[in-house]
Design a protein around this ligand. Structure first.
Ligand SMILES: [Cu+2]
Length: 484
């Protein structure tokens, strides 16, 4: 778990400033000080969204990754030196399983010491990547802890993660004492997604519809390099930033997965978006334009007790939100922009999705797949292979006819013929019904008992509070997991 100190080091702020930034309503962006770019900003929504590659295991449970410098074209027409895991920014995504130990050898080929912290990981101290547990590049002196006693590993270190925790969206980042801020700014960060059976069993989007989104701001010098107000830009000597930036550094270019204001084409379907704020100090309040919302299914430490609908998402540095967005609620061709209502000027934009393709007529694969599942030979919580629920084209379906409920996992089910399209108009209602459809499917799993569905006067169906109880029993009674 990251320490408070670690978070402060990441955010580059003093304790007092962090406290001030972390409480009260988010009404304005006051967390850090803006550092502007010397380069003209690129036109938003012209660069495709990069998806970080998935880290490959050398053998089951064993990975190796090298921290090194590389050049990337972040701002079109110029290149930027990044310090990345495998030279990538963001680094490769680690796809991990709960309860399956993973060993990651981190090799340091940079010119500065590093420490790698798995943020949100339930990790023993010797693999926590605490700030003074340093990996120094081979041939370099063991410095970097300042006046703090340090543990030194030369060249590489094996981090061992037991992963005895629930499925969750984690991230890893540099954590070097006094230099976390600038070293993460240069690119030393990536995702680690922990999955488990509980997560697998839920009809959440997966595959290419399960997208990690690392949101962060950066500023650029005229030559394309990252700007950062370090006292010592070599990051070899005196730590700290110019006095004006003591409360944190904000850039004027918003990057998502390392690309400025990117655009991504999506099918008219549900997508699971793993939102991470990897900024130094900037906070965001994310909203969708021209409208719509986020269904939050998970927080920092895993699945919520129940899904929560949001119109806007306030997200502070290091926080994660695991949300589902239903792009079937928009007409094909619609451009759905994620905006930051706390930002100003271009920094109000974050990224854009363009909804492509047609709604597949008559079909609603999620419902069908899940309904197959309830009768499936294994009858259990695991979805049979190929039983994809991630594609959700088509109108959301709701049930016509009898308003019977799924009374038990193996007992009464509503007949397939009873499904029809919702008659309501307006996208929020469609979205609501679709999610109700999805949540209702959950009740078909064995063990889900008595989850009545109500029909409202206008013919829609809705869950009674029973489904909340069910979700809670399924996922365990857990809060949003504020701790990291
Ligand atoms: Cu952290």
């Amino acid at each position: 778990m990251i320490s408070r100190r670690g978070f402060l080091a990441l955010a580059g702020v003093s304790g007092v400033a962090a406290t001030a930034a972390g409480c009260g309503a988010l009404t304005a962006e006051v967390a850090g000080r803006l550092l502007t770019s010397a380069l003209p900003p690129p036109r938003p929504f012209t660069v495709p969204l990069p998806i970080p590659p998935v880290a490959r295991a050398l053998r089951p449970g064993h990975y190796e990754v090298t921290q090194r410098a590389a050049r990337m074209e972040i701002i079109p027409g110029t290149t930027t030196e990044v310090w990345g895991f495998d030279g990538l920014f963001p680094g490769p995504t680690f796809e991990l399983r709960a309860g399956e130990r993973a060993t990651v050898r981190v090799r340091n080929e940079l010119r500065v010491p590093t420490s790698t912290h798995l943020h949100g990981g339930v990790t023993p101290p010797d693999s926590d990547g605490y700030p003074t547990d340093l990996v120094v590049p081979a041939g370099h002196a063991a410095h970097g802890g300042g006046h703090h006693p340090v543990t030194v590993h030369t060249g590489a270190k094996d981090y061992v993660y037991p992963l005895e925790q629930r499925a969750a969206t984690l991230w890893y980042h540099d954590h070097r004492m006094d230099f976390t801020g600038p070293q993460v700014w240069r690119g030393l960060a990536g995702f680690a997604l922990v999955r488990d059976e509980e997560d697998d069993a839920l009809p959440l989007p997966r595959g290419e519809r399960d997208i990690p989104l690392m949101i962060c701001d950066r500023a650029f010098a005229e030559d394309g390099s990252f700007r950062y107000p370090s006292v010592d830009p070599s990051l070899m000597g005196r730590p700290g930033v110019a006095a004006a930036y003591m409360a944190g550094v904000e850039g004027d270019v918003i990057l998502v997965n390392g690309a400025p204001w990117p655009i991504h084409e999506v099918a008219p379907a549900r997508y699971r978006l793993r939102l991470l704020n990897a900024s130094n100090a900037r906070r965001y309040r994310l909203e969708l334009r021209p409208g719509g919302g986020f269904t939050q299914v998970g927080g920092d430490q895993g699945l919520l007790a129940a899904p929560v609908e949001h119109r806007s998402l306030p997200i502070s540095p290091a926080e994660r939100f695991d949300v589902v967005v239903d792009f079937a609620a928009y007409r094909p061709g619609t451009e759905v922009t994620v905006v930051n209502t706390l930002g100003q000027g271009l920094a109000r934009n974050v990224l854009r999705f363009r909804v492509t393709g047609r709604v597949r007529p008559g079909g609603d694969p999620p419902c069908r797949a899940a309904c197959r599942l309830r009768r499936g030979p294994n009858g259990g919580r695991r979805r049979p292979p190929g039983c994809s629920i991630s594609g959700a084209p088509g109108k959301g379906r709701t049930r016509r006819g009898r308003s019977t409920a799924c009374r038990s996992g193996r007992g009464a089910h509503w007949p397939r013929r009873g499904w029809g399209r919702p008659k309501c108009g307006g996208w929020p209602a469609i979205s609501t019904i679709r999610y109700m459809c999805i949540w209702r499917i959950f009740s078909c799993f064995p063990g889900a008992v008595g989850r009545p569905v109500q029909r409202t006067r206008d013919g829609r169906t809705r869950w009674t509070s029973g489904h909340m109880r069910w979700w809670r029993s399924w996922c365990g009674s857990r809060g949003t997991g504020g701790g990291t």
